[in-house]
Design a protein around this ligand. Structure first.
Ligand code: ZN
Length: 426
């Protein structure tokens, strides 16, 4: 047998140090596995959730798969939560240009989420129904997790080594001073309920409407300063993976992020979701709709790791994970790089134009302008003034930002408090 034949039969040995190096640079790392569990108990029956693990960036191509998980906590009825569950995903996807690379797709996602949330809100408000909903919408593509949220249904991330981080912000008037200022500046009043006799009760609410949240989808009977523009955060997990816990405020009013993460650590996702709900109910009973999704993003190695580990894998995994609990800040310690979450994007501004940017793709071929929110094509004359149909040339009137159709422009102005509303003086 010649030397060449021998080397063909045996795979070349890769030194362990090289393997670890690859792991840390994210090279040749396979897509993670997604395992999930859901649990909940209804009090009012206004919590909804969405689990969709078979989405494809390029339809018909399974290698472009991604997953979506969402919690929708409705108020004043269920129609907004149901409408969002049925329409938001397709509205987000329609705002992502076709035929772009995975990298570009992930870059376009935060903006598409903003467009999709606003479009869904406009469509729901046109139905003439009066409910609203929180939305916490999670897209998982490989190791990249993108979370868009309005309201107070949190998503937390628990990573290897026990670091728990919040991927959402709470849009609650009581706790969010920045949002209180924004609502007041756009013409809303913020205050507590006044019981007869003058004493104030309950959390801070905004008026008209009396909602405790500062952002939601729906709520046509509440001031337009309650906007559907989501906080968006995009992170890339290390290939050690992590666990997401997405839940309605029935959980978070009782459990801190840390307690929720700790209460189910080491358990499979299905059981973990049940335990988080149980833990939340243990201390104060069922006061509110309580819904929890647990999503594990697991390295493929984990699934082949036997109960009695084979020696080689054991050595490998102890090298990867063994030193991290020391939490060394020493940069020369390469092990500290494993398990670190890379922040790719975070933006929470409620100003629509800031969120859509200037370089939103127009419908170049048809000569029409495509609305950056609802994706409807309009002839230039119908919408905002533009020079000779060119998207980027300065229009006669000072205008910065992407093209919006008349309908979405109206929504934008209303959200910023530029449209006079009956009963509100500015
Ligand atoms: Zn539009």
């Amino acid at each position: 047998m010649s030397q060449a034949e021998v080397s063909r039969m045996k795979p070349p040995l890769v030194p362990l140090a090289t393997l670890i190096g690859r792991e840390m640079r994210n090279e040749k790392v396979e897509k993670p596995f997604i395992k999930f569990g859901q649990a909940g108990l209804a009090k009012k029956g206004e919590d909804y959730f969405l689990i969709k693990v078979d989405c494809q960036r390029i339809p018909g191509n399974p290698s472009t798969s991604f997953s979506v998980f969402a919690i929708l906590d409705g108020h004043n009825g269920i129609s907004a939560a149901i409408f969002v569950k049925e329409n938001l995903l397709s509205n987000v996807l329609s705002a992502i240009p076709q035929g772009i690379s995975r990298e570009k797709w992930l870059q376009a996602l935060p903006r598409a989420l903003v467009a999709g949330f606003v479009k869904t809100d406009i469509e729901f408000q046109q139905k003439g129904e009066t409910s609203g909903t929180t939305v916490t919408f999670v897209v998982i593509d490989g190791w990249t997790v993108t979370v868009a949220s309005v309201g107070d249904s949190r998503c937390i991330l628990d990573t290897q080594g026990g670091v728990v981080s919040l991927l959402t912000v709470d849009h609650r008037l009581e706790e969010n001073a920045e949002e209180r200022e924004r609502v007041t500046a756009s013409g809303g009043e913020v205050g507590r309920l006044n019981v007869f006799g003058g004493s104030e009760v309950g959390p801070l609410r905004c008026w008209p409407g009396g909602l405790c949240l500062s952002r939601s989808i729906g709520d046509p009977d509440v001031g337009e300063f309650i906007v559907p523009i989501p906080h968006v955060k995009q992170v890339k997990l290390s290939n050690a993976g992590g666990r997401l816990i997405i839940a309605s405020d029935g959980i978070w009013d009782t459990l801190s992020s840390d307690v929720a993460a700790k209460s189910c650590r080491g358990l499979p996702a299905e059981l973990a979701a049940k335990l988080v709900v149980k833990e939340a109910l243990r201390s104060r009973g069922l006061k509110d709709d309580t819904t929890c999704l647990v999503v594990d993003i697991i390295p493929s190695d984990y699934l082949v790791l036997p109960a009695t580990p084979r020696k080689k894998q054991n050595v490998f995994s102890s090298l990867i994970f063994g030193k991290r609990p020391q939490k060394s800040l020493n940069k020369t310690n390469k092990m500290s790089a494993v398990g670190v979450v890379e922040e790719l994007f975070e933006e929470g501004s409620a100003i629509l134009v800031e969120r859509l940017g200037n370089d939103f793709p127009s419908n170049e071929n048809s000569g029409l302008l495509r609305c950056a929110v609802c994706q409807v094509d309009q002839a230039p004359a119908e919408g905002l003034p533009v020079n000779s149909g060119t998207f980027f040339s300065p229009p006669p009137k000072a205008w910065e930002g992407p093209y919006l159709c008349t309908n979405c422009q109206k929504k934008k102005d209303a959200m910023e408090g530029k449209r006079a509303r009956p009963g509100v003086t500015s």
